[in-house]
Design a protein around this ligand. Structure first.
Ligand code: AP5
Length: 220
């Protein structure tokens, strides 16, 4: 298996970053660090961080860079700097800061994966998404339903819809993605680390296989 210890997953909201990062992290034996999950947990727990970020998330706009950088520096340290990053970096300033943090430790990214999914499919995916409020596992009413009606397979608790999965907020998140996160793709391209473009449409397992192939990881 090729060295793949520090990977970034990029892609529009709903591209399947969280779904795939869980699966690929399991194969690589690294931790998935998802900014959205960390922030939602802070909101749920009512911490000072949660109170600071809740309004931004509800509107579908980005949380300020300085807040995210502090949170992620701590999370990456805790993970021993071996991870899949899901939802970070999301601005060029965050990508530059990540490069600085890694190079200060003599480290670098092993790969940047871009999950490509068209807008119409994204709206379908996000409007049908339901999540477990306890463990955060995402389901889809049609594509990946839970075994028991509207209950988490793992925790058994009732699934909920994320407040930012309403159609008007989904459109806003796509707009924010185009304006602030797409330039991150160009940032990596221009610094000789062209993102590995993976077709994100298809069965979940098929997409996982495509990602592992793109990373040059052989399993089994
Ligand atoms: P975040 O939680 O990161 O949201 P996102 O990037 O918009 O991504 P999602 O979690 O919506 O989608 P995903 O790509 O993980 O897809 P998933 O696997 O769930 O961020 C939320 C908010 O936090 C932001 O708006 C912002 O306010 C703030 N924030 C976070 N990071 C930040 C940062 N770095 N800087 C500033 N602010 C930040 O899949 C989606 C659905 O599709 C699911 O229902 C799933 O079951 C289904 N699905 C998955 N794969 C497939 C498939 N192959 N076929 C069919 N269905 C599928």
């Amino acid at each position: 298996m090729a060295a793949a210890e520090r990977i970034v997953f990029l892609g529009p909201p709903g591209a399947g970053k969280g779904t795939q990062a869980d699966r690929v992290a399991g194969v690589l034996g690294v931790v998935k660090l998802a900014t959205g999950d960390i922030l939602r947990e802070a909101v749920r727990a009512g911490t000072p961080l949660g109170r600071k970020v809740e309004g931004y998330m509800k509107q579908g706009v980005l949380v300020p860079d300085d807040v995210i950088l502090e949170v992620m520096a701590q999370a990456m340290e805790k993970a021993g700097w071996r991870f899949i990053l899901d939802g970070f970096p999301r601005t060029v300033a965050q990508a530059e800061a990540l490069d600085r943090m890694l190079s200060e430790r003599g480290l670098a990214l092993d790969g940047v994966v871009f999950l490509d999914v068209p807008d119409e499919e994204i709206v379908l995916r996000l409007s049908g998404r339901r999540v477990c409020p306890k463990c955060g596992r995402a389901y889809h009413l049609r594509y990946d339903p839970p075994k028991e009606d509207n209950r988490c397979d793992v925790c058994g608790v009732e699934l909920v819809q994320r407040p930012d999965d309403r159609e008007d907020v989904i459109r806003k998140r796509l707009e924010v993605y185009r304006a602030q996160t797409e330039p991150v793709l160009a940032y990596y391209e221009n610094s000789g680390r062209s993102p590995l473009r993976v077709d994100g449409v298809g069965e979940v397992e098929t997409v996982t296989r495509r990602i592992l192939e793109a990373l040059g990881v052989t399993v089994g």
